[in-house]
Every structure is written in C-alpha cells, then in structure tokens.
Design a protein around this ligand. Structure first.
Ligand SMILES: [Ca+2]
Length: 204
C-alpha cells in the first residue's frame, strides 16, 4: 500500500476544487403544495366578493396545481382583494429563479365593451416586495397580460420566470395577491388560474 500522504494530494486538490466549481449552485428549498397554502381576504381590501366556496381556493386544473380566482365582483365602486401565501426557506444573497404558469379567461369568455369592467390583477410578492405583476386587462392595469383562453378547446397557459435575491436568511413569505376591479358595466368578472411556482435555479 502506498502511504496516505501520496494519495492525500489529489484528494485535497479535489476538495479545494469542488467548492470552487460548485460555488454558484446551491440546493433549492422545497415549496409546499398549494393545498397547504393559506388563503385570505386581506384587511387592506374590502369585504366585497370572495365569500363563495371555491372562488379563492387551490385546486387542480389541466393537471396543474393552481390558485383559482373565479369570483365575480359585486360592487360598482370598490375593488376586492384575495391572497394566498406560504413560506419558503431562503438564504441571504442567494438568487432564486422561479417558474410559474398562469391562465385566464374573460367572464363568460366574452371581451367586455368596457375594458375596465371585471378585470383581475395578480401580484407575486416575496417578503412584501412585488416581484411580478400580471393582469387580464392591460387597458385597465398596465401589467403583463395573462393569456386569455377561448370558450372552447384547450386552455391557454403561459410560463413566466423571474428571479429574486433573498435579503435575509430564514422563511420568506411568498404571496399571490389578487385585485378584482369593481364591475361597472358587466355582471361578472374574469377567472384567473396561477400555479404554485417551481424553483428552477438557486445561485449563491
Ligand atoms: Ca368569474
């Protein structure tokens, strides 16, 4: 047998080299299934809407785990809000790349005469910071357009990716906040489906 000293050299070299080569990638934290996320109507909003069953809830659509907002506004003057959230363990300085899928449709699949009526806007917030904003009506809210599905045939989904660099270590609150615009000329509002995110990269 050769001495340990001879063999220790490449082992040490490998031990030094491995952290350097792997310095950029770290293990991504787990994200809880949407079914375990909290859902609520934030106090900052109004009590309008979101009172019916299954209109501010997680479910499965097209084999995707999604938060479904199908509630129709019942106010001509007040917007309504709903939210769902979980926590994700993050490490300060790590850049997290998220991927999610989102889909929507007009109320009754019909574009309203008034583009402001019954629109939805969804924010992705991490620790209170808005990192993404989507809407069903760019004429109402200048955000990224959520794909609108036709009345028949396959539902249309679009995948969005975005990054967030953690500013602190520990559980970060990952939240979807939905704003439902007051319905002025329509009797119903759009439907929105947004998936739980997937972490596709975690870089230190
Ligand atoms: Ca609806």
């Amino acid at each position: 047998m050769v001495t340990g000293g001879i063999w220790s050299v490449p082992i040490i070299a490998a031990a030094v080299g491995t952290p350097l080569a792997a310095a950029s990638a770290v293990a991504c934290p787990e994200i809880s299934d949407g079914a375990t996320w909290a859902t609520a109507v934030p106090a900052a909003g109004t009590s309008v809407g979101f009172t019916g069953a299954g209109v501010n809830a997680w479910g499965t659509v097209n084999e995707r785990r999604v938060w479904r907002i199908s509630r129709d506004a019942d106010s001509t003057t007040e917007d309504a809000y709903a939210e769902t959230y979980t926590t994700i363990d993050m490490v300060a300085g790590v850049e997290y790349t998220f991927s999610l899928e989102i889909s929507a449709n007009y109320a009754y699949y019909t574009e309203p005469i008034d583009p402001a009526a019954g629109g939805h806007e969804v924010q992705v917030q991490i620790n209170g910071q808005v990192v993404q904003e989507y809407t069903t009506r760019t004429a109402w809210s200048p955000r990224t357009q959520i794909p609108l599905s036709p009345p028949s045939g396959a539902r249309v989904w679009t995948t969005f990716t975005f990054t967030y660099t953690a500013t602190s270590t520990g559980p970060a609150v990952y939240r979807y906040l939905n704003r439902l615009g007051a319905t002025t000329t329509a009797s119903s509002s759009d439907d929105v489906f947004i998936s739980q995110p997937v972490l596709v990269a975690c870089i230190a």
